[in-house]
Design a protein around this ligand. Structure first.
Ligand SMILES: *[C@@H]1O[C@H](CO)[C@@H](O)[C@H](O)[C@H]1NC(C)=O
Ligand SMILES: *[C@@H]1O[C@H](CO)[C@@H](O)[C@H](O)[C@H]1NC(C)=O
Length: 282
């Protein structure tokens, strides 16, 4: 633009001499120069404005480059972090699958155990019920047992040897009382008296020790219910044992009687005995 201006001034110089036509041409030139100067001024203004914008843009570009570099740095750091996270993720996925497998196994085991537990609970409560029933039954039996009269006796006849023979039948008084639970046997009379209604087991052993008759009558109340007899040929000890199972009511008595002319034998060795017990009350 300045080159154009210079050329115009040169032209102006070359056409320096003044004809009227030339003066008009000069005026035109001057006007043209003014116009160019205005344009130049406008362009200069535009130029400054462009320079300003350029500077601003450059500065902005530089800022953006910095930001870009920052972003690059952050991006690559983020990418590397993502890589690391992916690796960790893969490891965790493996662990997760393994945990899932274990969890599944544990859940199945738990379910089995729950079933077993439920079974055991059922059995336990049924056993507890049975136990309660048994306990109440045992308590009842204990009560019954506690209430049940206890009757048992065991005696032997005498320490003094032969009893009999006599001229009359004689009640045998077993005088050595070793057992007498319930005191149902009376050694002063030789009578056993049933204290309660029930079934009784009674047993006696008779010993003879010389030639002749040996034996006893068994009496229930005043009723003879049994006769046992042996004939002894020799002088050696001889024994027989008998037992009876009797249903008695309270107050019934049992005693043994030595028939006349018979004899039995006992001494400290307890050859002749009389015993009995209540099997169960009725
Ligand atoms: C009983 O019999 C035995 C055997 O015969 C005899 O040795 C014993 O002396 C007798 N006892 C009595 C007290 O007579
Ligand atoms: C006779 O019986 C009683 C009671 O069982 C016993 O203490 C005693 O020793 C017996 N006598 C003999 C000689 O065995």
């Amino acid at each position: 633009m300045r080159v154009v201006l210079g050329l115009l001034l040169l032209l102006l110089g070359l056409c320096g001499s003044g004809t009227q036509g030339e003066e008009r041409g000069l005026g035109e030139l001057k006007s043209r120069i003014d116009q160019l100067e205005r344009e130049d001024a406008v362009q200069a203004t535009e130029l400054r404005s462009l320079e300003t914008r350029l500077t601003a843009t450059e500065s902005k570009t530089s800022d953006l480059e910095k930001e870009n570099a920052d972003l690059q740095t952050r991006l690559s750091s983020t990418e590397s972090r993502i890589d690391q996270l992916e690796r960790e993720n893969a490891v965790q996925a493996t662990e997760l699958r393994s945990l899932e497998t274990r969890l599944t196994a544990t859940e199945s085991k738990t379910s089995d155990l729950e079933k077993k537990n439920a079974d055991l609970q059922t059995r336990l409560s049924s056993t507890e019920t049975e136990l309660l029933v048994s306990k109440s039954r045992i308590e009842q039996l204990e009560r019954e047992n506690a209430e049940k009269p206890k009757v048992a006796f065991y005696t032997a006849l005498t320490d003094t040897g032969y009893v009999g023979p006599h001229n009359t039948d004689t009640t045998l008084k077993y005088s050595k009382v070793f057992t007498n639970i319930g005191n149902a046997y009376n050694p002063a009379t030789g009578f056993f008296t049933a204290p309660v209604k029930g079934v009784y087991y009674l047993q006696f052993t008779v010993c003879g020790n010389h030639t002749g008759l040996m034996g006893v009558f068994v009496f229930k109340n005043n009723q003879k219910i049994m006769f046992n007899v042996e004939w002894k040929e020799d002088k050696l000890y001889k024994y027989f044992t008998k037992s009876v199972v009797l249903e008695l009511i309270a107050g019934d008595t049992i005693h043994l009687v030595l028939p006349s002319t018979y004899s039995v034998y006992d001494d400290v060795d307890n050859h002749s005995t009389f015993s009995g017990s209540l099997l169960f009350p009725l």
